[in-house]
Design a protein around this ligand. Sequence first.
Ligand code: NAD
Length: 320
Amino acid sequence: MAIRSALIGLGGIAWKYDAAKDLPYPLTQAGALLAQEGVDLLAGCSPEAADRDGFQRWCGLSVFDSHAKLLRACSPQLVGICSPTEFHYEHFRACIEAGVAMFWLEKPPAASIADTMEMAELARHHGVTVCVNYFRRFLPVYRRLKETIAGGLGKCHTISVMYSPGLLRNGCHLVDLLFYLTDAPDYELLWVDGADPKSPSFGIRLAGGPTAHVCGASLPYHSNTISAVCDEGIISVLYGGRATRFEKRIPNPDFPGFFTLEDHGGNPLGKAGIDDYMSHSLADLLFAHQQGRQPLSNLETALVSQRLMDQVLQAVTPCA
Ligand SMILES: NC(=O)c1ccc[n+]([C@@H]2O[C@H](COP(=O)([O-])OP(=O)(O)OC[C@H]3O[C@@H](n4cnc5c(N)ncnc54)[C@H](O)[C@@H]3O)[C@@H](O)[C@H]2O)c1
């Protein structure tokens, strides 16, 4: 019997990116669910008529104007929560009460650490499987970066991040990666600069690991760069996973006895790319559920990054 699935929220990540482009792999939850063997996508809901009509024209499935009606009519086993972040908690809770067992929860999991902690508690209590869609955890290029940070280029002294736009909107992917790449269970917040309060910059010391410098800016493009500064050079994953760069330590040709860096043609991280990023994430949700474990990206792993983002945003928000 196929798994019954449905979507809450019918915007960009739910289906629209796939309607706007024709790629060999899905860019959205609907695209991935429709392509996934053993899963039936039954319906979606949104309070916006234009989104419902567009979704129905695109894939012909049923639509509802509220999550309550969708849950009642379809009794889904798997729900993709693609609503705006501030509604994730309410929708997650309603799905738990309706008996949903599997969640593909868009990132960030919630708008605050308090909501995320309650969701993690609900997930534990009800034994449900939750994949938070920090999909970069599933991409080979970041897995290889993790191995490199663990010792492939000598000691990793610091990690540098450049993100835009918005800490909760896009920066959250990179903040999550800091904890994935280093396995740090915790952090110490060293400094915060809130000149750009939606995209603040900050520094942390990762528990048992290197420092990390996170630079945010409200740029008119997405910036997703992460670099590990190691003894043997600097290794970077650029453009959200689409490219890599290795600057290798070499003897300085002008100053004998000193070393400098040089762009190295070879690439220790291998082929970059974000192909099939949604399918990787969905496959782990399904496989984890079958195996009775949590996916690689789940509510427990998301707690630490959510706590850090809360702390940073509170530090830059003027008191009322
Ligand atoms: N994993 C990723 O890389 C990625 C990419 C984009 C967005 N996201 C996340 O996905 C979520 C949605 O983002 P988006 O860009 O698709 O937004 P969007 O604005 O394009 O779509 C949001 C949808 O939710 C619907 N909605 C609003 N209120 C609702 C409610 N109360 N109940 C049900 N539906 C409601 C809207 O009508 C719309 O259809 C956000 O949490 C965002 O951070 C994740």
